[in-house]
Write a protein of this length. Structure first.
Length: 355
């Protein structure tokens, strides 16, 4: 309902209540008179009321609502409300406009009242007696009605408080359910076992797989004859390895080495360094070098030559051995470093006598 119509309805209801106040008082007096009636009459009324109440279906127990969830739903619903358009200019309500509505409501209320039995003689109330009071109260109510203004857009902030209040009232009337009981671990285990058993029974035993393939039967050729042609899939030994023909061969074309071997070994020596050279079946070359800590005679010392630890040289009639790589200076002379005297020069002999 629009806020302006709701305000108008509230004012009209208050005016009707004020107008009917004397009638209500009169009805209360009649009700007191009814209560003074014999018990047989009141018992019959009670039975009718109870029968009417019994026909009302009992409400079912609901679930306890989460206030936060309800607030979120209310906020979402309010946010989805389309903004109201500006209303047209309002029209002033006059006494002539309200009078028919009030008269209709008063007629309905009076018609709904039960007709009382004849009481003691009293003063009759005629419509002429009530009309001035009704007109006076309606006039007062109309004067209290504020002049209508241009319509305003209905914002979510205007509706949210009313909706929240109604929701909270409805939630408060919902009976709170009792706490549930925890499920025992044994019961959960039993349910899991039953579910697994049913699932396994539905799968059924697996079928046997298809027969597997036998291992490859290789027939090796003792060697590859480069003058011959071999078909695809031929295996042969060559250069210390195992070769396979991936297509019809011509010479070594069409062959591939599947197992590499050693085709050739060679040892090279350079001073005290020995190098092992291995040539594989596929043509790769592998070199491994090692130095042997041995004495190497390099002859007479030569200035500017490169010497390594273990080199032996002759200088000034003595024999020197290098103690480290790249020794400095001349062996046996002042300032030398890295040379050690191994054999010292002997003394010169005496002159012989000629015969």
């Amino acid at each position: 309902m629009r806020p302006d119509l709701k305000a108008l309805a509230d004012v009209v209801i208050q005016a009707v209540r004020a107008t009917l106040a004397p009638l209500t008082k009169r009805l209360q007096e009649m009700d007191d008179a009814l209560k003074a009636l014999p018990a047989t009459v009141t018992k019959d009324l009670d039975q009718r009321v109870q029968a009417a109440v019994a026909e009302i279906p009992p409400p079912k127990d609901g679930k306890d609502a989460d206030p936060q969830a309800i607030a979120a739903l209310v906020a979402k619903a309010v946010g989805e409300l389309p903004p109201a358009k500006d209303g047209a200019p309002g029209v002033s309500v006059t006494l002539d406009d309200v009078a028919p509505l009030v008269a209709e409501e008063v007629a309905k209320a009076v018609a709904a009242l039960p007709r009382p039995k004849d009481g003691e003689p009293g003063t009759s109330v005629t419509p002429e007696d009530v009309a001035p009071m009704v007109a006076e109260q309606v006039a007062k109510a109309v004067q209290e009605i504020p002049a209508p203004q241009d319509g305003k857009s209905l914002a979510p902030e205007d509706v949210a408080p009313m909706v929240a209040e109604m929701v909270q009232a409805a939630v408060a009337e919902i009976p709170r359910p009792k706490d549930g009981e925890s499920v025992p671990v044994g019961e959960v285990q039993r349910m899991v076992d039953e579910a697994v058993s049913k699932a396994m029974a539905a799968v059924g035993p697996p079928k046997d797989g298809a027969p597997g393939r036998d291992a490859l039967q290789l027939e090796l050729q003792p060697a590859i004859d480069l003058e011959k042609t071999y078909p695809r899939g031929t295996y042969a030994r060559h250069a210390g390895g195992l070769w396979r023909a991936f297509e019809a061969t011509k010479g070594l074309h069409g062959w591939e080495c599947v197992v590499d071997g050693i085709a050739h070994l060679q040892i090279e020596q350079d001073g005290r360094e020995f190098t092992l050279v291995a040539k594989t079946s596929s043509g790769d070359e592998v070199r491994k070098s090692v130095k042997v800590a041995a004495l190497v005679d390099r002859g007479v010392f030569r200035a500017g030559a490169e010497y390594e630890a273990g080199d032996g040289v002759t200088w000034g009639g003595s024999f020197f051995i290098a103690q480290k790589d790249s020794p400095r200076g001349h062996p046996g002379e002042p300032g030398c470093d890295g040379w050690r005297l191994a054999v010292k020069r002997g003394r010169d002999g005496t002159k012989g006598v000629s015969v």
